[in-house]
Design a protein around this ligand. Structure first.
Ligand code: THU
Length: 159
């Protein structure tokens, strides 16, 4: 198995996840080939929890690494676990469009680009959605716009 996947699986064993019970490991390869690992570290104040990917990035940055080749994420799920939104943002800023490897405990893995995880979101779509909402508000002020039955253009599977 790829050493980066093995490193992410090994890092997962250090996860501190007493609240969710969901353990995640990450491994980030820098341009010198060095591997920086991370695991999720939870806190009773859940917002202070930090994901495995961000631990790996911040550890790497704090050790002077600045350019990265690949990142691997390991979790115990059938459908492989991709980085969350906050981690995607951090990864994008520090690593750009790097290769993202996902792996589970059976050793099943998949490779994608970070950019693929941002697909479906674009400035144009956001602007069109805002325009539609403005037209809707102008055409019929208040009630149905705020009703639960209204599916906004940016609801997944919606408009
Ligand atoms: N988690 C990660 O560490 N990385 C991911 O990509 C998904 C989520 C952690 C955060 C939290 O400790 C637990 O998994 C449940 O969300």
């Amino acid at each position: 198995m790829d050493a980066l996947l093995e490193a992410a699986l090994a890092a997962r064993k250090h996860a501190h996840a007493p609240f969710s019970g969901f353990q995640v490991g990450a491994a980030l390869e820098d341009d010198s080939g060095r591997i920086h690992t991370g695991c999720n570290v939870e806190n009773a104040t859940y917002g202070l929890t930090i994901c495995a990917e961000r631990v790996a990035v911040f550890k790497a940055i704090s050790e002077g690494a600045r350019k990265f080749r690949r990142v691997a994420v390991a979790a115990d799920t059938g459908a492989l676990t991709p980085p969350c939104g906050a981690c995607r943002q951090i990864l994008w800023e520090f690593c750009g469009d790097i290769e993202v490897l996902l792996v589970n405990l059976e050793g099943r893995s998949e490779s994608l680009r970070l950019k693929d995880l941002f697909r479906g979101h674009s400035m144009l779509r956001s602007l069109v959605s805002l325009l539609l909402l403005a037209v809707a508000a102008w055409a019929e002020p208040a009630d149905w716009i705020w009703s639960a039955r209204y599916v906004s253009p940016w609801t997944p599977g919606g408009g």
